[in-house]
Design a protein. Structure first.
Length: 319
């Protein structure tokens, strides 16, 4: 006594078109814009249907070949790309393939805001929003061969309590939030790199009276950069419990809005928009301070450094 369900027969329906073709990209079936996830490995329950665009493709022989899958909107803009040659700098994620049949699921999201290593945020999301219902493309590229393209649709959840226009407003809202958070986090990364260099300079020349003013300037600059970082991010966080003791800062507050608005298909409320605009203004004010320090103070420091003809690298003699 059992019930067997054969799911996603689209691949079988397309077998006639794929016959005799070594590499082939099957047309994905319509995908609902909804949450959920697939989890396997349980000894007592089945495996849920995956949440995302299920993409099937066949590879004749991918050995030593670069293979990539790209998901695009109808304007041809790449939303997310996966490749056997991962490239984090270009936001190209890893793709595992093998000879014969292959399967990949895209979660309908692009690249979110950068989240620095070790960063602890309270109830915050830096994920990109799910794609809005509409028509999209998937492109399979196998090194040495012409790209293969298939169109597919993302459709709204029939139980959603908003329309596609509302989903678009949600998408735009989260994208704007992520843009500000991403810029702030990248600035924090630069602040830390600059402070590392300023710290090394102070350590190297702390006993040199001829450059004492420059050493003091380095200390002052470092403190100003640190104040900007502390306004953007709670630097005292060391564990997931620390936000209970230390108040969250600007980027955490913005990323918390991402978490709240992305909980369902609802568009942002007027209050959401008002809070986002206020926080964005405060973040931009700190970033303006950062830009001013870089373009003015750092430049002046570098000019003074060059005038002193100081050694940047010093090799200590063996003792």
């Amino acid at each position: 006594r059992s019930l067997w369900i054969i799911d996603d027969l689209g691949v079988i329906h397309q077998l006639a078109d794929a016959k005799g073709k070594g590499n082939y990209l099957f047309k994905p079936k319509d995908t609902y814009r909804m949450g959920g996830a697939s989890r396997s490995g349980s000894l007592t329950t089945g495996t849920n249907h995956p949440s995302g665009v299920m993409t099937y493709f066949n590879l004749e022989d991918p050995t030593d070949k670069k293979v990539s899958l790209s998901y695009l909107n109808q304007q041809g803009d790449t939303i997310q790309k996966f490749s056997t040659k991962k490239n984090a700098e270009k936001n190209i994620k890893a793709l595992k393939v093998e000879k014969g049949a292959n399967y990949h699921t895209w979660d309908m999201r692009g690249e979110g805001a950068e989240r620095l290593d070790g960063m602890i945020l309270w109830w915050a999301s830096t994920e990109a929003p799910q794609a809005v219902p509409g028509s999209y493309k998937v492109v399979l590229e196998v090194e040495g061969e012409a790209p293969m393209t298939q169109n597919f649709n993302i459709v709204p959840d029939q139980n959603a309590e908003t329309d596609v226009a509302g989903m678009q407003r949600q998408y735009n809202f989260i994208t704007e939030v992520n843009k500000t958070v991403d810029k702030a986090h990248k600035s924090i990364k630069n602040i830390r790199k600059i402070n590392d260099q300023l710290g090394a300079f102070q350590k190297q020349y702390k006993d040199d009276e001829s450059v004492s003013e420059l050493v003091e300037k380095a200390k002052d600059l470092s403190e100003q950069f640190s104040e900007i970082e502390k306004a953007l991010y709670q630097t005292q966080n060391r564990s997931g419990q620390d936000p209970l003791n230390f108040p969250i800062k600007l980027t955490n507050k913005l990323a918390h809005l991402n978490s709240l608005v992305s909980m369902d298909d609802f568009p942002p409320t007027q209050q959401d928009v008002a809070v986002k605009n206020e926080l964005t203004q405060q973040v931009n004010a700190e970033l303006a301070k950062f830009d001013a320090l870089v373009t003015q103070e750092v430049k002046a420091f570098n000019d003074a450094f060059n005038q002193q003809q100081l050694n940047y690298l010093i090799v200590e003699e063996d003792k």
